[in-house]
Design a protein around this ligand. Sequence first.
Ligand SMILES: Nc1ncnc2c1ncn2[C@@H]1O[C@H](COP(=O)(O)OP(=O)(O)O)[C@@H](O)[C@H]1O
Ligand SMILES: [Mg+2]
Length: 312
Amino acid sequence: MLIPPEKNDNALSMHILSNSRSLYSTRRLFEEAFKRGHKVKVYPPAELSVFLDRNTLDIYFQNQKIQKPDCIIPRLGQKKPEYTLSIIRQYEMLHSATLNNSQAMARSRDKFRSMQILTQSRIAVPKTFYLDALEDIDMAIELAGGAPLILKLPTGSQGMGVMLAETRASARSILDTLLNQGQQVMVQEFIAEAKGSDIRAIVLGGKLITAMRRSAINDDFRSNIHRGGTSEITELTIESKRAVQLAARVLGLQFAGVDLIESKRGPLILEVNSSPGLEGIEGATGVNVALHCVQYLEKLNRLRSLRDQIGY
Ligand SMILES: Nc1ncnc2c1ncn2[C@@H]1O[C@H](COP(=O)(O)OP(=O)(O)O)[C@@H](O)[C@H]1O
Ligand SMILES: [Mg+2]
């Protein structure tokens, strides 16, 4: 049952762009926006189409042109990411405020591209080799520090596409198979001291909101909640806090889920997600992340209307 909305004189029209209406994160974002009196709708990007012409930028749903909303909450999943990004871009061109911009989302979807950007800003990441040619396998294994090694597909998520090779021989055979299939692979040093646990930090508007420590179960090395990992609220060291906030900033993400390991040589960023799941983090920390997101959009819109008033 939904609680009736608060009366809101500054109600915003909001579109949540998510391919699954029933997903926990989508439901929570809807719920919090609705409770604050906003006019909120959920649209699966795959059911939207966009049209452009000179002086025309339109968005259609079920053959009907839809009104541009004040703001959008875009969620990017594994389903049709490129198409979803085109839809988000259309909203941006129509000047709907967005929780995350499409360019930053596209950038962070590619794990290696994000690592390049992070490294350029002197944010520490695990040693990573990216290769396409079979001839480079031995060098990659050597430079990434030898076995055990992590092998990663650049656009995997929820732990799928991340493999642990215990020996050089198994690293070689997995790389052989994947490269032969035309798949590029990241060869990464295995951070052993993580012992199957890592930290997921939520950053919003440049600030750390909350964080959880995730631990893998059944000897898995991947701590993803989708793989059955367990989680608890955690504090970050000052150094880690600085690293996650900076990571979100250099990737241009307003809202981000940053995965990191606090290693012997300091925090190492594993990846930065533009559409972090809310179930695990809200459950583990008790922090209302969905409400934070809605309030952030309210702030964005207030700033926008102020800017419009003074003509800046
Ligand atoms: N270099 C590494 N060393 C140790 N564990 C790792 C390493 N890279 C990833 N992991 C583990 O695997 C999980 C999934 O990796 P990640 O890069 O976050 O990809 P995904 O997008 O699938 O979540 C991490 O949360 C972490 O537990
Ligand atoms: Mg991850």
